[in-house]
Design a protein around this ligand. Structure first.
Ligand code: NAD
Length: 501
């Protein structure tokens, strides 16, 4: 599988097809730049075809009359197939994205968990009865929105795709998935799985291609009903503007500059492990990466030295060898990170460790970067404000709880935050004041958390994915009021009511 270049097709209306333009593009292995596959370069015409197929499938009685429990069973069948094909899918994800094999295996398992979790929800989505007045029966129905477009980034291709697909299908929508151009391979495997479990044709579609063409055509299409976009802030703004033209709802999951806030009374072994892990997992290319370390002044030297030593002990290599860090996704992303590191050097920022490309044994052809610690940054420094999206940790110090909270809240993002302290009063106080969609206390991420609502404050986006909260994105509420001609029942003549003792 490592060397054979495959020619792939996309999946629209239950059929496999090339691009209407017949054009393709190549996806490469970021560990060695070798080509992996040729993919259809989708067009606006392909998008239109996918929307028409999704609309027809959504309106069909096969889907709209399917009992909810059966939608749940289809998702369970997808979970089972994801697990059965876990090795194959994980290898493919690692080849395409570069991440260490064990991290890809976790991604496949999390994708299966999304199917399982929302399978259980499919027949538990119900409305309410509302007491208006005597003689009116008022109730609500929670209906699917219609066609849900899922535009996903390259960092967790399978996992993030399933994060939106599973609740969208569980609630009875049709889905069009647009994978990132750098990592489309596992999205097409998902289409194979949808076909295997006999999801009705057109209910799940995958259109491959570039964001400016396929993504833009999807977000501007008047017959799309909802868009979940996960990616960068500038693209999120473009998506929102396009959706506004057709007054379509969007769920935006964007970037972050999330802090680990470490107080002097914290368990430093634990804090060190998680600070390093949260900025090196997936080579720091994680929206919820712990990219800022806010450390109490009195333990600054000790903690920074521990973090640097731990980072220096990490192994870099091709993801297939399951190192601690794989390559950066692309040359372009590597250049973006190196640009930030040049800025650090020009401005005399203290680089405690890393700071450069790694091109030693077996790494020269890949996009590898040494994990990096930038110390003593001012809170308003660009390197402490902007999302670098690589294994680069920005360190800032504080002396009081108030200062820690101020710095934590001092970026335009607000995705997640972690507080490290043995004082639970302090921990809860900070958790209540930090502006972030998720706050962790003495841990980070808590195992991925399919069950926990996830989403941003500020420019990290709006709407919540994961957990039961996500169902709000994929359903709309209809209120029905029925006037009943209610009268007190009269007794038929000559009869007396039977008295029940
Ligand atoms: P990106 O914004 O460049 O691309 C994301 C997706 O949007 C890709 O599929 C791309 O093809 C598509 N796209 C590009 N231009 C488009 C357009 N004009 N219209 C519609 N779609 C378009 O992001 P990326 O570089 O792939 O991903 C990295 C970013 O994603 C980071 O900022 C990261 O923080 C964020 N992210 C957020 C989450 C989250 O859940 N909050 C998760 C993962 C990544």
């Amino acid at each position: 599988m490592e060397t054979a270049i495959q020619s792939m097709k996309m999946y629209i209306g239950g059929a496999w097809m090339p691009s209407s333009s017949q054009q393709t593009f190549t996806t490469i292995n970021p560990a060695n730049q070798e080509p992996l596959a040729e993919l259809p370069r989708g067009t606006a015409e392909d998008v239109d075809r996918a929307v028409k197929a999704a609309r027809a499938a959504f309106e069909s009685s096969e889907w709209s009359m399917m009992v909810p429990a059966q939608r749940g069973r289809l998702l369970l069948a997808m979970a089972e197939r994801l697990r059965r094909r876990s090795d194959e899918l994980a290898r493919l994800e690692t080849l395409d994205n570069g991440k260490p094999l064990s991290q890809s295996k976790v991604d496949v398992e999390v994708a299966a968990r999304y199917c399982e979790y929302y399978a259980g929800v499919a027949d538990k989505i119900f409305g309410e009865t509302i007491p208006i007045m005597p003689g009116i029966l008022d109730y609500t129905l929670r209906e699917p929105i219609g066609i849900s477009v899922q535009i996903v980034p390259w960092n967790y291709p399978l996992q993030i795709a399933m994060r939106g697909i599973a609740p969208a299908l569980a609630t009875g929508n049709a889905v069009i998935l647009k994978p990132a151009e750098d990592t489309s391979l596992t999205a097409l495997k998902l289409a194979e799985i949808a076909e295997e479990v006999a999801l009705p044709g057109g209910i799940f579609n995958v259109v491959t291609g570039f964001g400016e063409v396929v993504g833009a055509a999807l977000t501007a299409h008047p017959d799309v009903d909802h868009i979940t976009f996960t990616g960068s802030v500038p693209t999120g703004i473009a998506v929102m503007k396009a959706a506004a033209e057709n007054v379509k709802p969007v769920t935006l999951e964007l970037g972050g500059k999330s802090p680990n806030i470490v107080f002097a009374d914290a368990d430093l072994d634990e804090a060190t492990n998680w600070v390093v892990r949260s900025i090196t997992q997936n080579a720091g290319q994680t929206c919820s990466a712990g990219s800022r370390l806010l450390v109490e002044q009195s333990i600054h030297d000790e903690l920074v030295s521990r973090v640097a030593r731990k980072m220096e002990s990490l192994a870099l290599g091709p993801g297939m060898e399951d190192p601690d860090l794989g390559p950066i996704i692309s040359e372009q992303q590597l250049r973006t990170i190196l640009h930030y590191l040049d800025l650090a050097k020009q401005e005399g920022v203290t680089i405690v460790t890393g700071g450069e490309r790694a091109d030693g044994d077996g790494l020269a052809k890949g996009f590898f970067l040494r994990p990096t610690v930038l110390d003593n940054l001012a809170p308003d420094h660009r390197l402490a404000q902007e999302e670098i999206f690589g294994p680069v940790l920005s360190v800032l110090t504080f002396t009081t709880v108030e200062e820690a909270i101020k710095i934590a809240n001092g970026t335009e993002y607000g995705l997640i935050a972690a507080v490290w302290t043995n004082d639970l009063n302090k921990a809860h106080w900070v958790a209540s004041k930090v502006k972030a969609g998720q706050v962790y206390i003495n841990t980070y991420g808590a195992g991925g958390g399919v069950e926990m609502p996830f989403g941003g404050y500020g420019k990290s986006g709006f709407g919540r994915e994961k957990g039961l909260e996500a169902l709000r994105n994929y359903t709309q509420v209809k209120n029905v009021a029925l006037r009943l001609h209610m009268k007190e029942p009269t007794q038929p003549a000559g009869k007396t009511a039977v008295k029940l003792e």
